[in-house]
Design a protein around this ligand. Structure first.
Ligand SMILES: [Zn+2]
Ligand SMILES: [Zn+2]
Length: 202
């Protein structure tokens, strides 16, 4: 519980506002970690595939997942699948085991009907919603038994591909900016250039 409170406080600073979906992500991420018996990823010990997307309610869930698990975009041990579903798979790369966790449909449907989400629907930014609406929802989520809102799947075996990050960067011959070499391209004039200077899309 102390650990959850600490994650919540740091998560609030990282996320930027108080809302129910970020703590849902914290709880769900911790549940997946407990199931696999793993610690927060310091490097890329854990990998996440999140089924959330963008432009839908409760996308804040993913910030809670990142905060809890240490799967982050900077470390690139996370991937978004854009299925627009409140679910994710957490993979332990050491043991090759994974677990999929999702929000229970009836729980999430109720959450979408909350006064908080109605305010969001009418265009009120989350940080401007009264604490009288936000706080009870957030406190409830922080204390809710997992079985009341999470579906935790069976542990599965997965193939884990491991690669070392690239350390070699060269200057683009057009703009001069250092670029990791796997994204340098040969331009029509024979110069080695970065993607924006090349005119190619990738
Ligand atoms: Zn949020
Ligand atoms: Zn360039």
């Amino acid at each position: 519980m102390a650990a959850l409170q600490e994650l919540f406080e740091t998560g609030m600073k990282f996320h930027g506002h108080k809302c129910p979906a970020m703590p849902m992500g914290l709880r769900a991420g911790l549940a997946a970690m407990n199931t696999l018996g793993v610690e927060r990823a310091r490097d890329k010990e854990l990998v996440m595939k999140s089924e959330t997307g963008k432009g839908h309610a409760a996308g804040c869930f993913l910030d809670g997942l990142m905060m809890a698990t240490g799967c982050t975009y900077g470390k690139s041990n996370i991937q978004k699948l854009y299925y627009n579903k409140m679910a994710f798979t957490l993979i332990d790369t050491k043991t090759g085991r994974s677990v999929r966790v999702s929000l229970k449909p009836d729980f999430f449907e109720k959450a979408l009907g909350s006064p908080f989400v109605q305010k969001r629907k009418s265009g009120v930014p989350p940080q401007d919603i009264e604490p009288e609406l936000t706080d009870p929802l957030v406190n409830r989520i922080l204390g809710l038994p997992e079985s009341e809102f999470l579906d935790i799947g069976e542990i599965q075996e997965v193939d884990v591909k491991k690669g070392k990050g690239l350390f070699e960067a060269k200057a683009c011959e057009k703009c001069g900016e250092l670029t990791f070499v796997n994204k340098l391209r040969m331009g029509s004039d024979g110069k080695t250039v970065c993607i924006p200077c090349s005119g190619y899309d990738e």
